[in-house]
Design a protein around this ligand. Structure first.
Ligand code: AMP
Length: 209
């Protein structure tokens, strides 16, 4: 299957960023993470970042006018691996407004909630979004990213109150996006549990099919 426009869906902690980064490498198309773009904008203190920061901190959705324009400014006709967008059906329709062909494929990384909570509880990340788990996948050197030697920290929204809010948002808003793409026969469910390499193999299996 030739895929140039791939969307990764799944709850927080399901491995979207890790898998999106890898998929972007195989497919030769840009990895676009709205969460990462918003965090960078917040760190840089841009107007977009300042508008988004309180929502990101609480674990609720940043308003569409902010996110959709940020996305539109970053999509090119090279294609994409989207990670973190669309988060609700309105955003799925906005994506079709920006890219009328829509995605070629959407992959749902399925993960049960108790495993989401366990994964986010032990997660640390660098500013560029490389993530580790203190038990499952610790960095080689404590507190330092293996890839870019940047310091590792717990994301503020990986702390308990924001995690619960993110899970609620996922259940109430994002799960409907799965049905949106399923009914268009564009969705494949992939088991997101286990090691990142195993999940990668499952995704590759879908892309090779
Ligand atoms: P993520 O890195 O994908 O877990 O996103 C972190 C946070 O960024 C989310 O909890 C939201 O506050 C915000 N965010 C990321 N993507 C979106 C989006 N498509 N729409 C609204 N808010 C978003």
């Amino acid at each position: 299957m030739t895929v140039r426009r791939l969307v990764l869906l799944g709850p927080p902690g399901s491995g979207k960023s890790t898998q999106a980064r890898r998929a972007s490498g195989w497919l030769g198309v840009p990895h676009i993470s709205t969460g990462q773009m918003l965090r960078r904008a917040a760190e840089a203190g841009t107007p977009v970042g300042r508008a988004a920061a309180p929502f990101v901190r609480r674990g609720t959705l940043v308003p569409d006018d902010v996110v959709v324009s940020l996305l539109a400014a970053n999509l090119t006709d090279e294609g994409f691996v989207l990670d973190g967008f669309p988060r609700d059906v309105g955003q799925a329709l906005s994506l079709e407004g920006i890219v009328p062909e829509g995605p070629d494929l959407t992959v749902h990384l399925a993960l049960p909630e108790p495993e989401v909570v366990r994964r986010l509880g032990g997660r640390v990340a660098c500013a560029r979004g490389h993530t580790y788990h203190l038990e499952d996948r610790p960095p080689a050197v404590d507190g330092v990213c293996d890839v870019d030697a940047e310091p590792l920290a717990v994301r503020e929204d990986d702390r308990p109150p924001a995690v619960l809010e993110r899970l609620k948002t996922y259940r109430l808003e994002t799960e409907a996006v799965l049905d949106h793409y399923r009914s268009r026969r564009l969705l494949v469910d992939v088991d997101g549990s286990g090691l990142p390499d195993d999940v990668t193999e499952r995704i590759l299996g879908v892309l090779r099919a």
